[in-house]
Design a protein around this ligand. Structure first.
Ligand code: FAD
Length: 435
C-alpha cells in the first residue's frame, strides 16, 4: 500500500524527507480543533502555508488531503481506509508531538520518523559522546558545526498518489490580528530566502542594529517548516563571509533549544534552575502596561508595539523587553512567555521558553545575573532613535537620542507628548532613571 506522509511542521516540498523514497504517497494534514483560536497570527500563517503546499503538491500530480480532528485518530482512520503500509512523520520534541507519535505507534501501524524539523536531530551530538544533552551553547555549537549533516532530500518532480481519496476542504484563512505580519507558505518563504542570501554577508555587523532591521525574518518560515532549516544552514555554511558564519551560529541556537527541550520537556512552565525561580511579583496593572507598550520607557514600548503590529519583534528588542519585565518589574517570566506566544508568528515552545528562561536567569545561561540597562541598550542599538519613532508615534516629534529619555525633556514639552512616565522598578537599582 501507499504510505501516509503526515505533515506537521514541515509544510514544504523542498528537502522534505517525508516525500523521499519510491512508491505511492498520501500527503496528509490534520487540523486539530484543539489548536484553533490559540493564536490568530499563527493560524493565519498556517492556513496560508497549507494552501500553498496544496498548490505545490497538485502541480506534481498529487494533493494535500485535509482532515479535521485528533491528528493520531484521523491518521489511523485514513491509513485503514487506503490500506497504507506505513505512516511517515517528522520527529519533533514537544509534548504535543511526542504524544502524537506515541499514539500512532500504539495502533501498531508501522511508523517511520524522519528528520527535518532541525538541522541536526536532537541527540545527534552529545557532550563527551555520552547520554546527556548539551546545557551550554558554545560547546554545542562547536560539535554541531563539525557534525556530519544529512544530505538534503531531492525535490520530487512528480508525486505518485493513489486515486479516489477525497482531498477535503481547507477552511477559509483566518484574518490574524497583526496587520504587518508576513504571509506564510513555501513559495513566499523561498522568495525571502533568496533575498536574504544576497544580504547575509553583512549580518555580523548589522544584526543588532534595531533601525537597520537587518535580520533574515525567516523565523516563522522555519517554525512551520516552509523552509528546511538544513537547507538554510547549508546555504550559510557555503558562504564564507563573517556575516554568514554569525548567521549559522544563530541558526544553531534554534537546534540547541530543541535538544534542550527534548531533554527537559517541561521547559515552558518549569524553571531549569529552580533556585533562581523565586520572588516573582504578580502585578496585573504593570503587566498590562508592558503588554500594551505603555511602560513609559520608549525602547521597551517600541518593541512591544512592534510585536502587536507585525506578530514579530527584533531579537534585540525581545531581549530588552523580556529583561524589563523580569528584572526591572520583577514579574514572572511565564507571564511574558504567554504574551509572546499569543502574538509571535514564529512562536514555538523550545525557542520561546528557552529564551525566556535565559533572560529570566532560570535557564542554562552561564551568566544568569546579567542586567540589561534599557537606556544603554537603546543608545547603543538605536543610537538615532529611529526604531523608537517608527513604532511609538507619540514620540515622533522628539529628535535624535533624546527620544530614549522623554522624562528629561522640559516639563511643558513632556506634557504635550501624551506619553506616560516610566514604570517604577521593583527589583533593580534603577539608576538609569535618575542619571
Ligand atoms: P535571525 O537573526 O535572522 O536569525 C536566524 C534564525 O536563527 C532565526 O530565524 C531563528 O530560527 C534562529 N535564532 C536566532 N536567534 C535565536 C535565539 N536566540 N534562539 C533560538 N533561535 C534563534 N525565536 C523563535 O523562533 N520563536 C520564539 O518563540 C522565540 N521567542 C523568543 C523569546 C525571547 C524572550 C527572546 C529573547 C528570543 C526569542 N526568539 C524566538 C529568538 C529570536 O529572537 C528570533 O528567532 C529572531 O528574532 C527571529 O528573527 P529572524 O528570523 O530575523 O532572526
Amino acid at each position: 500500500g501507499a504510505r501516509i506522509a503526515l505533515f506537521t511542521r514541515d509544510l514544504r516540498i523542498h528537502d522534505n524527507p517525508l516525500l523521499s523514497g519510491p512508491g505511492e504517497v498520501v500527503p496528509l494534514f490534520v487540523l486539530d480543533p484543539r489548536l484553533a483560536g490559540l493564536s490568530p497570527n499563527r493560524q493565519r500563517f498556517l492556513h496560508q502555508s497549507l494552501a500553498d503546499l496544496r498548490g505545490n503538491l497538485r502541480e506534481r500530480g498529487a494533493d494535500l488531503v485535509v482532515r479535521e480532528g485528533d491528528p493520531a485518530a484521523e491518521t489511523v482512520r485514513l491509513a485503514r481506509e487506503v490500506d497504507a503500509s506505513a505512516v511517515v512523520v517528522a520527529g519533533d520534541v514537544t509534548d504535543y508531538a511526542q504524544r502524537r507519535e506515541r499514539r500512532l505507534r500504539d495502533e501498531r501501524l508501522p511508523v517511520r520518523v524522519t528528520p527535518g524539523v532541525t538541522v541536526l536531530p536532537p541527540g545527534a551530538v552529545r557532550p563527551g559522546g555520552g547520554a546527556d544533552s548539551y546545557r551550554v551553547f558554545t560547546p554545542y555549537f562547536k560539535a554541531w558545526e563539525r557534525a556530519a549533516w544529512r544530505a538534503p532530500a531531492a525535490t520530487p518532480g512528480k508525486i505518485a498518489m493513489p486515486a479516489g481519496i477525497a482531498p477535503g476542504n481547507l477552511p477559509e484563512t483566518p484574518a490574524g490580528d497583526s496587520p504587518g505580519a508576513l504571509p506564510g507558505g513555501e513559495t513566499e518563504a523561498r522568495r525571502r530566502l533568496r533575498d536574504w542570501s544576497l544580504r547575509m554577508s553583512r549580518y555580523d555587523e548589522e544584526h543588532d542594529n534595531l533601525a537597520a532591521d537587518h535580520t533574515s525574518r525567516l523565523s516563522a518560515d522555519l517554525r512551520f517548516g516552509c523552509l528546511s532549516p538544513l537547507e538554510v544552514a547549508v546555504a550559510a555554511k557555503s558562504d564564507d563571509s563573517p556575516g554568514a558564519h554569525a548567521y549559522l551560529r544563530q541558526l544553531a541556537w534554534r537546534d540547541f533549544y530543541y535538544q534542550v527541550t527534548a531533554a527537559f520537556p517541561g521547559i515552558s512552565t518549569v524553571a531549569m534552575r529552580p533556585a533562581a525561580d523565586t520572588g516573582w511579583r504578580y502585578d496585573d496593572d504593570a503587566l498590562r502596561h508592558w503588554q500594551d507598550g505603555l511602560t513609559g520607557v520608549p525602547i521597551v514600548d517600541a518593541g512591544m508595539r512592534q510585536l502587536r503590529a507585525e506578530g514579530w519583534m527584533h531579537n534585540r528588542a525581545r531581549l530588552i523587553t523580556a529583561a524589563f519585565l523580569t528584572k526591572h518589574l520583577g514579574i514572572d517570566w511565564r507571564a511574558g512567555l504567554k504574551w509572546f506566544f499569543r502574538w509571535l508568528i514564529d512562536g514555538d515552545v523550545p525557542n520561546n521558553s528557552g529564551n525566556w528562561q535565559w533572560t529570566a536567569g532560570t535557564g542554562n545561561d552561564t551568566r544568569p545575573y546579567r542586567r540589561f540597562n534599557p537606556i544603554r541598550q537603546a543608545q547603543r542599538f538605536d543610537p538615532e532613535g529611529v526604531y523608537v519613532r517608527r513604532y511609538v508615534p507619540e514620540l515622533r516629534g522628539v529628535d535624535g537620542v533624546a527620544v530614549h529619555q522623554p522624562w528629561r525633556l522640559p516639563e511643558p514639552v513632556r506634557r504635550g507628548l501624551h506619553y506616560p512616565g516610566p514604570l517604577e522598578s521593583q527589583r533593580d537599582e534603577a539608576v538609569w532613571l535618575r542619571d
